[in-house]
Design a binder for this molecule. Sequence first.
Ligand code: AMP
Length: 402
Amino acid sequence: MTRPVLKLKRVQDINITEGSTVLVRVDYNVPMKDGKVSDDTRIRETEKTVKYLVSKKAKVVLIAHLGRPKGKVDPKYTLKPVTEYVEKIMGTKTYFAEDCIGKAREEALKNLKNGEILLCENLRYHPEEEKNDENFAKELARGCDFFVQDAFGAIHRAHSSTSAVTKHLPSSIGFLLQKELEYLEKIMSASQRPFVAIIGGAKVSDKITVLESLLDRVDVLIIGGAMAYTFLKAQDVNIGKSLVEEDKIEDAKKIILKAFKNNVELLLPADHLVVKEVKEDAKTELTQSMAIPDEWIGVDIGSRTISIFSEKIMSAKTIFWNGPMGIFEMPAFSNGTVELAKAVAKATKNGAVSVLGGGDTLNALKKSGVKPEEVSHCSTGGGASLEFVEGKILPGLEALAE
Ligand code: AMP
């Protein structure tokens, strides 16, 4: 699918001056534990945009969602604890508004001084947000002069804060969104070859369209994780009791055929780490071939597969990776994913452009000891990056187009 090029205004191209009130959609859907933020990556990713606005002495109004409160006020999903992290990271006085619209925000905004930040309560406490409601969008825009979109992880949805709001304010994209688009465009144009895509994770059904789309662009497509068993079964290879999506076997066959027609090298695991029961201390075996004996369950790619996949990755000049190679949450089954992360880091050091997407892939990167700066770009939006690579027009970007 060829997507039209959208003309987007950048935050640095608009005339923000001292005292401008700027509404910024950020992705602060951060993991929380016992009322504390357990990973502040998503907050740090917005640092450049927020600090830029603060340096312009604007009043910065941050709007975001957290979890799925389903349109109701639910203290479990309050953004209040995030305030102190924003203040620390941005190095600027940050206040919290008990609601993202209405009186509470209006009052808080009245007291906000130039160069200060106001973080607003969860957008999704209002059912209108996910309905892309016009009036709610108007309320979000009230009292503001500009809108900046920097929530890449949310722009594949047409919500009030990603779509309708752009009708009410001059809108532009922040530095994080600019970086996301720059790297994902590099993946789409894949001007540096060979282009190797690595797709793993649990479900073929979630990734069938991205696989199809990638086959029009890549030289090598590596499929690992539980998804691989559906592809092996499609070729009548025994997969024991491993996870399989019977209703996706026909789709897997079509992908295999398309790879053949497009002259794409499709790599599936050549061996597997298997167990009889999925538990941390289970006795593991390595299979001798791509077949998994009856009664056994595949939990990771095997050592021969690691060598084959790593070698391909290290010869790549463009790399896109989404989804782990095994049940990486359990250290005993994380080796395949960890070793591929190291291979991606080595390829990047040798000049490859590497883009990683999806929360699991990024967690796996952390486990491998590879630092985020050792790959070209870690996308903050798993779903959004997949949809972008599928060639779809993301509603939140379309709304921003001039
Ligand atoms: P996804 O959200 O589709 O990227 O899938 C990520 C999930 O796939 C992780 O929670 C992994 O534990 C799971 N996964 C990867 N490989 C396997 C496997 N061999 N068997 C079961 N689950 C797996």
